[in-house]
Design a protein around this ligand. Sequence first.
Ligand SMILES: [Mn+2]
Length: 296
Amino acid sequence: MKREDLIGILISISLDPRSTCQSASNYNGLGPIDIVIRTSFMQGLQGKAKKWASIGHQMEPKLANKLLEHSADRRTMAAGLKIKQLYRVGLVQKISQPCVKCSLDFFGMAEIDGDICGFAVEVKARVTGNTSQCSRELAQELGLDDEDNLYIQVSFDSPDLKSYIEKQSEAIQILHHAYTFNIKHILLLVGNMMDIISGVLVRFNDEILSAYGSCMKNIKESALNWAYDSSVPFPRTEIIEAVKNHPYAVDAGTVLTSFELWKALTKEENYQIHHVIAFSLYKPDSGIELKEDRMF
Ligand SMILES: [Mn+2]
């Protein structure tokens, strides 16, 4: 796909709120409310998958500390990256567009190609032998094959972007991070239980970020206005229909209760997400020590 095609698709995406299952075939037969329900009430992970997800989460700070060591040793310079500081960040909501939220693994300040700027790190810990092996083989194919050569910078519109990112969902996730934080660079840091396997610094530009912003706006207009605009009624009938497709996860009563709770908690006078962010500072010099540094 060419860059222009991608941007064209992002700008034109909108879900018809009245669409039926038949006409929404582009979205696997699901209408907008179906998608909202499916993504808001996901079935919890169980058994091994749950354990792996938890181990992966525990690996995030360890891999971030390795990254800081690599930056101090100038090994990240191959991607034009020198990290100044890394922070742990809570859930963040875009001030100008409250429906856009994200939860980063790390936010950082860095010198990238000589300019000081904000950037983010998305950590992917491959915790099983199989996934770790796949990632290592991919890194080797890209020439990121030894300790001193793990980092590379790539532009989002590079014809071989696809070979640098294992999953489509990960590509969308980092675009979403970049848009939410209004930053141009995201480091996709892949590691296993021991070490960093690769670090791909993806560079976005204003054009793709604003196209993605239009896409977010269109999705909100067509599927989420009821949640953000008090004059739009709660789509009770559509929700009752939609939960029939997801009986394992949720029922209509739970959706309504969760929505009322969310509204109460996110009322401006009660709770503003961007006011309660806790930044925890990682200091490259102090190794693995975690220092609380509340900035807001
Ligand atoms: Mn992650």
